[in-house]
Design a protein around this ligand. Structure first.
Ligand SMILES: [Zn+2]
Length: 305
């Protein structure tokens, strides 16, 4: 092949490639809601305390929100349709943390007040933990000291032939006392562990609220990887030709519908809106399950007749 024909075939190759890319983009942007987009319910974790049927109702409500302004179906529940969006409800550490604190009667909502309350409770619990830990460490030290002395004592008397009755009784008594001391320390340690778990849950929830309302994150060494992950209630993914929506957390039924509607919006290839009232706003701050004028304009621009 000559040099010039090599350049021509190379250019042709690039041109064809670009054409293919343009076609794909064209198909993806224009065909996205010509036909209703199919979805199906995937995994529903029972720990949310919501049945599969109840979850399906929330999903259907969220799907219907987008069709309403156009008076036609944009999404359709159809397990066998083409390019089905699978919708999953996955329980994770954030929901676990929220549930744990709710059981302890903490007020959790995504407001600054709740953030301040939790943060002061966190500071109190943290110093309570540190105090109790110091005391317990000391108690364990004296317990260990006492048990070492006892063991040496037993060893000493074992080497001797015949132990006087009063010595034997003293050793028995010490053994019993050490046994109940051990049980007592074990209880205290369990309590301390529960306190640490509450503190860890608190840090997760505080940071979740902080991320949502742009406040300072709390740094606490025992939280592990939880701190490093950014909070998101839901997630839309288009990967290897498969679409899915995963919901990780919701505070109430309205929020569930709203977060589902938000992710459905991403399935329509809608971007985030700058309007805090919009379903497509990047944070889920409101309980309304109506599209905002901004959302309506976006869906009309995408799918309008
Ligand atoms: Zn989003």
């Amino acid at each position: 092949m000559s040099k010039s024909s090599r350049i021509i075939s190379w250019r042709l190759f690039v041109l064809l490639g670009m054409l293919a890319l343009v076609t794909v983009i064209f198909l993806r942007t224009t065909k996205v809601c010509d036909d209703p987009i199919s979805y199906r319910i995937g995994k529903v974790d029972e720990r949310f305390g919501i049945t599969r049927e109840e979850f399906a109702i929330a999903v259907n409500m969220a799907a219907a929100m987008w069709g309403k302004p156009l008076a036609r179906e944009i999404f359709r529940e159809d397990a066998k349709g083409n390019s089905v969006v699978e919708i999953n409800l996955v329980y994770d550490y954030r929901q676990e943390a929220t549930d744990k604190l709710k059981k302890l009667n903490y007020n959790i909502d995504k407001t600054k007040n709740s953030y301040e309350d939790l943060k002061s409770s966190f500071q109190n619990l943290k110093s309570e933990y540190e105090q109790k830990k110091t005391i317990l460490d000391g108690e364990f030290n004296s317990y260990n000291l006492r048990i070492n002395i006892f063991n040496k004592d037993v060893e000493y008397w074992n080497r001797r032939e015949g132990v006087a009755e009063n010595i034997r009784r003293r050793l028995e008594k010490e053994k019993d006392e050490l046994g109940s001391l051990r049980a007592d320390l074990q209880n205290k340690q369990d309590d301390l562990k529960r306190l640490a778990e509450t503190i860890n849950s608190m840090v997760i929830v505080i940071n979740e609220i902080a991320t949502n309302i742009n406040l300072d994150l709390v740094n606490y060494q025992n939280t592990g990887e939880a701190l490093g992950r950014e909070f998101c209630e839901g997630f839309y993914e288009y990967k290897n030709g498969k679409q899915s929506i995963t919901i990780y957390q919701f505070d109430n039924d309205y929020r569930l519908v709203r977060v589902l509607a938000h992710e459905f919006g991403h399935a329509l290839r809608l971007n985030h809106s700058a309007d805090p009232k919009a379903v497509m706003y990047r944070l889920i701050q409101s309980d309304t399950i109506e599209l905002s004028p901004d959302d309506i304009a976006a869906v009309k621009a995408r799918c309008g007749s």
